[in-house]
Design a protein around this ligand. Structure first.
Ligand code: B12
Ligand code: SF4
Ligand code: SF4
Length: 359
């Protein structure tokens, strides 16, 4: 929060300011900016149902903040409007996802995590946007977020006209698909709001059908406990045995529901050097990255979102993928080299993986 909350300043032309904000957003590398009010009543009902059904699994942070997540002014008092932004992340120079997913000797890392951690990239740009607004409007109340606080980002972006929440529960648009991140500025400026985006899922069910674990339990409803993204990124303990073979070679996140979405034919490549793949993480050999020691893991994932899962979960995830790989000497040797690992979590997943190669 950079300053006090202010009332509408009659000297400011808010309509003109909103247009400038959208232009500045594009100059700063966002692909689209929209403005919404803070009313999220319907989304709050869905959020509370989701939590009530335990679909957040062990993501305690999803329920820790009460109604602050669905009521922006409870998180930042005085918030009147939300300036929602989206930034494409699909890296132009990455291996073809279908080819990587089809080769069980390779590891699949979801496309959003191949380069630099997006949280930092988006929040820095949003701060710059706020700086430009302040230069024209004077000091104003705001805070910048990108997956960094209890904020219902997709719902706000939908209201701001950036796209609709699809049946796979990601935000997508008919002009750009869904391969983008979201970020926002909560603000006390009484800016004019944009019209919400319309839903174009129609009768399509492709994402529900493509999900390897059946995590999209109904249109617009995701049971995170079944989602490979949750299992490989958020879950800290043991991955449920029944789900391990369904994970295939996905070692960090999952993109399947977006890969099949017809609207992603219209997706644009990211122009951000920050999102280019690092250390060939777009198609690494499973046995090679399983051999990294902790120092190598920390060094090669510095500045990346992957680092947050820690070395133990990194090995846990790769062990599962190696359990799903074809049985050959190199795979069995790699697993045997980790069977006495200091971590019980790693040992248990390695033992499971070795067991897969006995049948
Ligand atoms: C928790 C979380 C997860 C969890 C749960 C996902 C989820 N759907 O909630 C897990 C770990 C599984 C996850 C995975 C991924 N995530 Co995530 N995640 C979040 C986070 C932190 C909160 C999302 C949230 O509020 N969930 C609460 C539930 C209730 O929301 P919901 O399932 O979307 O349900 C909404 C609607 O579907 C609708 N609804 C719900 N039930 C019903 C029922 C009916 C009948 C109807 C009509 C509607 C309806 O209302 C709900 C509220 O708006 C946001 C960041 C943020 N602060 O917003 C990022 C965020 C959503 N994630 C993001 C990304 C990129 C991903 C992955 C693609 C990463 C990957 N490749 O592995 C996957 C996609 C998986 C998927 N199919 O959604 C991006 C999405 C960008 C975009 N274009 O939409 C976000 C916005 C982060 C960011 N700042 O860019 N994520
Ligand atoms: S990210 Fe993967 S596991 Fe999760 S809902 Fe989409 S397809 Fe299913
Ligand atoms: S795959 Fe089909 S149903 Fe799923 S989000 Fe895309 S358009 Fe909607």
């Amino acid at each position: 929060m950079e300053k006090h909350i202010q009332a509408a300043d009659t000297r400011i032309d808010y309509q003109a300011l909103a247009s400038q904000i959208k232009r500045w957003g594009l100059e700063l590398g966002f692909q689209q900016i929209g403005i919404s009010d803070t009313v999220l009543d319907e989304h709050e009902v869905h959020l509370l149902n989701w939590l009530g059904q335990g679909r957040h699994g062990e993501m305690d942070y999803m329920q820790r903040h009460g109604t602050r997540r669905s009521r922006p002014a409870e998180l930042l008092p005085g918030t009147l409007r939300v300036i929602a932004a989206r930034m494409d992340y699909w890296p132009p120079e990455a291996a073809d996802p279908e080819e990587v997913l089809a080769d069980p000797t390779l590891a699949y890392v979801s496309r959003y995590a191949l380069g630099r951690d997006y949280h930092k990239v988006l929040r820095r740009r949003l701060q710059q946007l706020a700086g430009r607004i302040a230069a024209v409007a004077g000091p104003f109340g705001y805070r910048a977020f990108s997956d960094s606080a209890p904020v219902l980002e997709k719902a706000l972006a939908e209201k701001a006209g950036l796209g609709w929440i699809g049946k796979h529960t990601n935000l997508l648009s008919e002009t750009t698909g869904s391969w983008f991140f979201l970020g926002e500025l909560y603000t006390d400026l009484p800016l004019p709001v944009d019209a919400p985006a319309r839903n174009h899922c129609g009768t399509c069910q492709s994402c529900l059908q493509a999900c390897p674990t059946g995590a999209i339990v109904a249109p617009y409803q995701l049971d995170a406990r079944l989602c490979i993204s949750y299992l490989t990124i958020e879950l800290r303990g043991s991955i449920p045995v029944a789900l391990r073979s369904l994970i295939g070679n996905r070692i960090y996140g999952c993109d399947d529901c977006q890969l099949v979405c017809p609207w992603n034919r219209f997706a644009h490549m990211s122009g951000e050097a920050d999102f280019l793949p690092r250390h060939r993480l777009d198609s690494p050999l499973l046995i090679e990255i399983f051999a990294w020691n902790e120092e190598e893991f920390l060094q090669r994932t510095a500045g990346s979102a992957i680092r947050r899962i820690g070395y133990e979960c990194w090995l846990r995830n790769i062990a599962v993928a190696l359990g799903n790989a074809p049985s050959d000497a190199a795979v069995i040797d790699a697993l045997n080299a980790r069977r006495d690992h200091a971590s019980p979590l790693v040992r248990e997943h390695v033992a499971w993986a070795l067991d897969q190669h006995k049948h």
